[in-house]
Design a protein around this ligand. Sequence first.
Ligand code: BG6
Length: 463
Amino acid sequence: MKTSDALVLFGATGDLAYKKIFPALHSMVRHGQLDVPVIGVARSGWDVERLKKRARRSIEEHGGGVEAQAFDKLASLLGYIDGDYRERDTFQRLRKSLGNSQRPLHYLAIPPSMFPTVVEHLGDAGCADAARVVVEKPFGRDLASAVSLNKTLHKIFDEDDIFRIDHYIGKEPVQNLMYFRFANSFLEPIWNRNYVASIQITMAEKFGVEGRGKFYEETGAVRDVVQNHLLQVAAHLAMEPPIGEGGEAIRDEKVKVFRAMRPMLGHTLVRGQFSGYRDEEGVAADSQVETYAAMRLHLDSWRWQGVPIFIRAGKRLAVTATEVLVTLRRPPHNIFDEPLPDQANYFRFRLGPKQVAIAAGARTKEPGEKMKGRETELFVCSEGADEMDAYERLIGDAMEGDPTLFARQDGVEAAWRIVEPILNRKSPVEVYKPGSWGPEAAEKLTAEFGGWHNPKRAQSRCG
Ligand code: BG6
């Protein structure tokens, strides 16, 4: 279980390194969690000075600002190898610069099509001995390619040394879902089909594809965020309490949720595309790729039989917010004159960005003579000023060799099995207006359960 003694970052000049990884490394240094060489690898014709400049800009823009001492330290750890991933020489130079490192961690922040080439070269050049590897999602683009990617990785790395990043699992509020469920006793008696009417997960993004048109054309919303991030959120909500200690017990329970989910049916899926998507660079003029997907999922399990799980995700929607709503059934008999609304009792979990909240919705009596009610919410939240970023947590865990918060291959495959029937659908997408809540057809999905719950802008009463 030795801690990794070097971090090699493939794709060091790329988008992910810029937006997420350098800020995470800077934070790790600030928290005293990183003190090993960090070797960037890319084919950009750069040198280490240019990489340092880029790292600084990335931390300024996405890491909340540079802390001089931490940045100097990070810069002193940084190295850079410029080279083609297809050439042996690149990896021989990497081997040299790894020096006496016994257990490097290779982070593949590169297009998945390059994984096999890089992994094989790492093996040939002796860079993979006792090494760990982090692979970024997407893990394949369907079940068959996920299986084949796994074979490629296993040629060189043992399962214990493979870390499949789905950064949603590393998010504080997603961890909090599991904590809240299993650290409180009041939830368990009602957390099942007898009391829960439906579950909704909404991941809304106000922004569009932001220059990633080419990537998005090959991906679409289902592959980009549903098969991984949102099914993981569903698993945290639906899993049984883990039996026994350690990360594998948790991963076992999540995989069981995926196994219990029925493969998706086409008629419970709505695909949308925001108007203007086809004008993005890299997007086909007649693209039918979905930038929005809404669906109804079923879990065949003792606990959840008959409780629909609705998931929707979309770009260029009204707000940026990820929120879960677990709605409870109505009281069995209404003794008041006024009808009780559908979604009166619920638990609401705000998973970000920035604001994290847990709320419970209840009816309370309006003051006065009449037995008339109103909606009330018990609301706890934190702005997460010092919230540990998912990437910081996950890189740290991978360096320690702790797989708990990483996707496991059987889970990845089970999740592909759920969405497989709806991948590559040829049916036309429904175009929706930017800034709206997506295609109208999606409204029907949840109509008999009180409709979609639209997350609002973050509330200001936090803190
Ligand atoms: C990424 C997707 O995995 O997650 C993006 O590729 C999406 O399309 C992003 O915007 C959302 O992550 P977060 O942490 O900003 O909610």
